[in-house]
Design a binder for this molecule. Structure first.
Ligand code: HEC
Length: 166
């Protein structure tokens, strides 16, 4: 009986430490990722990470709308979808929190917004689908480049001490 309990305890502690079935293990500490994940971690306070991820979901929705508009020859829908991805005004706390974002990350973000602006302008001018598709492809490359390079994480304790939730 004793042996069974010890074996069970050993198994439980082993199972808790193994992260994935491919043998990768978590890196200790706040990074909260696996050795197999080589993306650069961008550390943000929790409220800002939530806000950025909500924007990401908005970008995906906008992209879907652009594609639906193209498929149904509805340039108004294309323009609306592209415009819906526009950056929203940032509070002081958000601006401060984003000082942690690397330059490359900000540049990809700006390039993506520029791409959507240009898609909206083309659609509003009634330009042909091929041009818009090429622009969409270029814009989506910004998404994938950023996703391949960065991940967001929260600062331990979930907040930067100097910041207040907006
Ligand atoms: C500036 C860099 C950057 C750009 C540009 C970018 N993303 Fe992201 N996105 C990220 C990061 C980093 C994450 C979080 C990944 C992680 O932590 O594992 C993310 C997460 C997401 C998520 C998951 C959201 C959630 O709730 O978890 C979606 C969906 C997404 N992005 C869609 C897009 C789309 C669509 C585009 C382009 C139209 C885009 N992103 C452009 C960096 C970017």
């Amino acid at each position: 009986m004793k042996i069974a309990v010890i074996a069970l305890a050993l198994f439980a502690s082993f199972a808790a430490n193994v992260y994935a079935s491919d043998g990768t293990v978590p890196i200790a500490g706040p990074k909260n990722t696996t050795v197999a994940d080589t993306r650069e971690t961008v550390v943000l306070p929790g409220f800002e990470r939530d806000k950025i991820l909500a924007s990401m979901r908005r970008f995906l929705k906008g992209t879907q709308q652009v594609i639906e508009g193209l498929a149904s020859n509805d340039m108004k829908m294309v323009a609306q979808g592209a415009r819906s991805t526009s950056p929203q005004p940032l509070s002081k706390a958000s601006l401060k929190a984003r000082e942690n974002c690397p330059k490359g990350c900000n540049e990809l973000c700006e390039a993506m917004h520029g791409g959507f602006d240009s898609i909206a302008a083309e659609a509003e001018a009634g330009k042909n689908k091929q041009v818009i598709l090429e622009k969409l492809s270029g814009t989506l490359q910004r998404c994938t480049a950023c996703h391949d390079t960065y991940r967001y994480d929260m600062r331990a304790g979930n907040e930067l001490p100097a910041l207040e939730k907006p």
